[in-house]
Design a protein around this ligand. Sequence first.
Ligand SMILES: [Zn+2]
Length: 82
Amino acid sequence: MNQQQFKNFTASSLYCEKCKAAMPVRERLLLVLPDREIFDYLCTGCGSSVGRREITAGEKMLAQAMSGRRPRRRAAVHQLTP
Ligand SMILES: [Zn+2]
């Protein structure tokens, strides 16, 4: 019905086995792990999973640094030399 809504999806296209065509995909957060986050790509045509993406801790840290993450506690050690 509303095709404009569909056009607004800026996700990339992946090949879908069920649709037998490259279909636009939707990104969904699947799993959050301490060192990475896993995203699932769902076909917008049939809703089946067509791919996955992992965001590693390094990438995550970069994103967190942008949004102000918790400062790491630093042990203040003063070594006094006599
Ligand atoms: Zn599909």
